[in-house]
Ligand binder design. Structure first.
Ligand SMILES: C[S@@+](CC[C@H](N)C(=O)[O-])C[C@H]1O[C@@H](n2cnc3c(N)ncnc32)[C@H](O)[C@@H]1O
Length: 260
């Protein structure tokens, strides 16, 4: 489970909603095109979620290839199996990215899209991803650059303070630039870093989750009292009512290789 406040079932429902939006689909297609999969390749999708990603990857490798999805959430896996039931080249397994239930040097490509931010021991995860990749194989890691995230506010100074709290608390989960060191430390050669900006113009399900997470951080901080948190959130909702809500953030795709 990626969020301690949600059950596995609730998390699955939330991922279904978020990952089925047009924004998520556009971004997923962008990532899958950038990684240039070839027909017949074998792919491992860690933290695969409810199978949207596996379905696109399956089209790229064709029936001669294979896509294995691994996730810690059994409910997510049930949704993934259902979504990909007509794709014979796709299979799913329960497992943790820090202890993968697969043999060494098995895959041409490993993808970890928006997963590592939820993993406590990222070094072990990257060690595992290195182990299961064939020599010369590629790894695609996708994470948000938290420092790039901005939201429009009627009170810019309050938003600046809120962002400071968010970025401080989320500091250890900001992979925007850290992956440039973490990947080589795990033995990979970083070949490309590709960026994509996401703009949200309304408080949809995905933004709602972001506000909830950020409010939780504000509540756990001394920098904001309850009335300030309420004002911060109400301002976002008032702007949304007035059709003036705006979120913008950059997501980075790191494409790296395990040496031959
Ligand atoms: C934000 S979703 C991303 C899903 C998918 N990669 C995508 O982008 O469509 C994160 C997923 O990672 C899974 N996850 C979190 N921690 C994990 C771990 N330690 N090992 C395997 N999966 C994990 C969650 O259950 C969830 O399905």
């Amino acid at each position: 489970m990626t969020n301690h406040q949600l059950s596995d079932e609730e998390e699955t429902e939330m991922l279904e909603q978020i990952l089925s939006t047009a924004t998520a689909e556009t971004f997923r297609n962008f990532v899958c095109e950038e990684i240039s999969l070839q027909a017949d390749e074998s792919v491992l999708s860690v933290g695969c979620g409810p199978g949207f990603e596996a379905a696109v990857l399956a089209q790229q490798v064709g029936e001669g290839g294979s896509v294995t999805g691994i996730d810690v959430n059994e409910d997510v896996l049930a949704a993934a199996r259902n979504r990909c039931s007509n794709l014979s080249q796709v299979s799913f397994q329960h497992g943790d990215v820090t202890e993968l239930p697969v043999t060494d040097e098995s895959y041409d490509l490993v993808i970890a899209k928006q997963v590592l931010q939820f993993v406590d021991d990222v070094d072990s995860a990257l060690e595992e991803l290195f182990r299961v990749l064939k020599p010369g194989g590629r790894i695609a890691v996708v994470e948000s650059a938290r420092e790039s995230e901005v939201m429009h506010s009627s009170d810019p100074e309050q938003m600046r303070r809120a962002n400071e709290v968010y970025r401080t608390v989320r500091g250890d989960r900001n992979f925007g630039t850290q992956l440039l060191s973490l990947l080589p430390d795990a033995g990979f050669t970083v070949e490309d870093v590709v960026s994509r900006a996401t703009v949200q113009r309304e408080i949809n399900e995905q933004v709602e989750r972001g506000i909830e997470v950020q409010r939780g951080f504000l509540e756990s901080s001394d920098a904001f009292d309850d009335s300030e948190i309420e004002a911060w959130e109400q301002d976002l909702r008032d702007l949304d009512e007035a059709n003036q809500f705006l979120f913008c953030g950059i997501t980075l795709l790191y494409i790296s290789r395990k040496p031959e």
